[in-house]
Write a protein that binds this ligand. Structure first.
Ligand code: GLA
Length: 432
C-alpha cells in the first residue's frame, strides 16, 4: 500500500518532535529492586504488569488496517461485527473488533484535553460502537501510539497515558493496540540499555507508562504492543503487555509471510499463556496470495500462537477462505486451554537440509502431538522420523490430517506426505 504524504511526513519528522510532557506523567513505581543501579527515568518508571484477567490465550478478531487503512467509519466496524455472527466466526472463537489508526480528529479537545473521535467517521462516538459491539457479545479494540503522533499523524498518547487510558476505558474499550511512531528524540534508546536489560530501555518505559495507566483504571484490558520487534521486546513483553509485534508491517505477499515466519521461529520460547509474539494482522483475502499461501499464513499463525486478527472485508471472503479461518483443529491448537506453548522447529531426519524459515515444527496440545510441515519451495514429498519429534520416541503412530479431520493411517518409523508449493501440512499424531 502506498504511503500517504501525511504518513511519510509523520515518520520523517517524528524523531524531531520533543514532547515536553513526555517525562512528567509516569505513574509511581510499585517496586524497584533494592540492588538496582538504575538512575533517572529507568529508576522511577512504573513496574506494574498487565492484568492477568485477560489475554491468557492469543487474541482472535478483526482489525481495520490491512483491508481499509485510513478509509474507516463506524459502519465498517459494525458490519465486521455483524459478519462475525452471520459467518459463524463468533462461534468459532473470534471476538475482537479492532479500530486501527485514523479514528481520531486532528486535535485533542481544547477544554478536556481528550482525543476526539472524528465525528464525520464516528457519529455515534467510540462508546456508541462499543455498546453495539458488546450487544453482539463481542469486544472492541482501539489504537493509539507511544509517541508524539500516531503513524498517520493523529494525536497519540505519550505524556497523556492516564487521561487516554481513562478515556478508552470510559468508552468501553476492551483492547488497546499501542504503536511506535513519532518517538521524541529524548526517548530514543541507548545502544545498551540500563543494567543491560531491555526492560529498562526508553522504548520499554514508553510502553510501561501505558501499562500502569491502564492498570490504574481498575478494568482489565488486553494490551498489544505494536513495537515491530525492536528493543528485544520478546525478552520483556510479557511484563508489560499480552502480545508484541515481532516485525515491520506485513504485506499480502509470500516474501513478507516467509520473512515473518523466519524471524518469529527464532523466538518461540517467549510464547506461553499471557505471552504472545504478534506476527501482525492477517492478509487472507488481500492481494494475490495463492490458496496454499493463505493456508500456511493461517496454520503458522495458529501453531506459533500469534494473535490472529483478520484484515480484510469479510463480505468478500469465499467459502474456501472461510473454511481456512474457521478450521476447528487449528483453532483448537491456537486456543488450547491446557497447553500454552507453540509448535517449535525440529530436525525431521538425520539428513534434513536447513531452510529459512524452518519447514518442520512439532508441539503438543491437549489432543496429542502435532507436526506441521511448511513447504518453502515447490511441490515435494516431505518426510520426518517419528523418533525425531521431541517427546514421541519409536513405535507405530496413527496420523490424522488436521485440515480435513481425515485419518491418514498408521505408520512405523517415518511419515511422508506430498506438500504443495508454499502449503502447510497439519497433522495430529497418536501412538497406535
Ligand atoms: C504502523 C503499524 C500498523 C498500523 C499502522 C497505522 O505501521 O505497524 O500495524 O497500525 O501503523 O498507521
Amino acid at each position: 500500500m502506498a504511503m500517504s504524504l501525511h504518513r511519510l511526513f509523520s515518520y520523517v519528522l517524528g524523531a524531531l518532535v520533543v514532547s515536553a510532557a513526555a517525562h512528567a506523567s509516569a505513574p509511581s513505581a510499585t517496586s524497584t529492586a533494592a540492588t538496582s543501579t538504575l538512575t533517572g527515568i529507568a529508576a522511577t518508571a512504573p513496574t506494574v504488569g498487565p492484568s492477568h484477567q485477560v489475554g491468557r490465550l492469543p487474541a482472535l478478531g478483526w482489525n481495520s488496517w490491512n483491508g481499509h487503512a485510513c478509509n474507516i467509519n463506524e459502519t465498517i466496524f459494525l458490519d465486521a461485527a455483524n459478519q462475525f455472527i452471520f459467518l459463524g466466526l463468533a462461534d468459532a472463537g473470534y471476538e475482537y473488533i479492532n479500530i486501527d489508526d485514523c479514528w481520531q480528529s486532528e486535535t485533542r479537545d481544547a477544554s478536556t484535553g481528550r482525543i476526539v473521535p472524528e465525528p464525520s467517521k464516528f457519529p455515534s462516538g467510540i462508546n456508541g460502537i462499543a455498546d453495539q459491539v458488546h450487544a453482539l457479545g463481542l469486544k472492541l479494540g482501539i489504537y493509539s501510539d507511544a509517541g508524539a503522533k500516531t503513524c498517520d499523524g493523529f494525536p497519540a498518547s505519550l505524556g497523556n497515558e492516564t487521561l487516554d487510558a481513562e478515556t478508552f476505558i470510559e468508552w468501553g474499550v476492551d483492547y488497546l493496540k499501542y504503536d511506535n511512531c513519532n518517538i521524541p528524540s529524548n526517548w530514543t534508546d541507548a545502544a545498551t540499555p540500563p543494567d543491560d536489560d531491555w526492560y529498562n530501555s526508553n522504548s520499554a518505559i514508553r510502553y510501561r507508562q501505558m501499562t500502569a495507566a491502564l492498570n490504574q483504571t481498575g478494568k482489565p484490558i488486553h494490551f498489544s504492543l505494536c513495537i515491530w520487534g525492536t528493543a528485544n521486546v520478546w525478552e520483556w513483553g510479557a511484563r508489560v503487555g499480552h502480545s508484541w509485534r515481532m516485525t515491520n508491517d506485513i504485506s499480502a505477499s509470500w516474501s513478507s509471510i516467509s520473512s515473518i515466519l523466519a524471524a518469529n521461529a527464532q523466538h518461540l520460547d517467549s510464547v506461553d499463556f499471557f505471552s504472545h509474539n504478534d506476527m501482525d494482522m492477517m492478509e487472507i483475502g488481500n492481494g494475490d496470495l495463492t490458496l496454499q499461501e493463505q493456508r500456511t499464513h493461517f496454520a503458522a499463525w495458529a501453531f506459533m500462537k500469534s494473535p490472529i486478527l483478520l484484515g480484510t472485508d469479510l463480505n468478500n471472503l469465499n467459502s474456501t477462505q472461510l473454511d481456512i479461518i474457521k478450521n476447528a483443529e487449528l483453532l483448537a491448537f491456537h486456543q488450547d486451554p491446557i497447553v500454552g506453548t507453540p509448535a517449535t522447529p525440529f530436525n525431521a531426519t538425520a539428513s534434513a537440509p536447513s531452510t529459512s524459515p524452518p519447514e518442520f515444527y512439532a508441539g503438543r496440545s491437549s489432543k496429542g502431538m502435532h507436526v506441521f510441515i511448511i513447504n518453502t519451495n515447490t511441490t515435494a514429498t516431505k518426510t520426518f522420523d517419528f523418533a525425531n519429534v521431541p517427546g514421541l520416541g519409536f513405535g507405530r503412530f496413527r496420523v490424522q490430517d488436521m485440515w480435513t479431520g481425515k485419518d491418514l493411517g498408521t505408520f512405523a518409523n517415518e511419515f511422508s506426505i506430498t506438500v504443495d508449493t508454499h502449503d502447510t501440512a497439519a497433522l495430529l499424531i497418536h501412538r497406535a
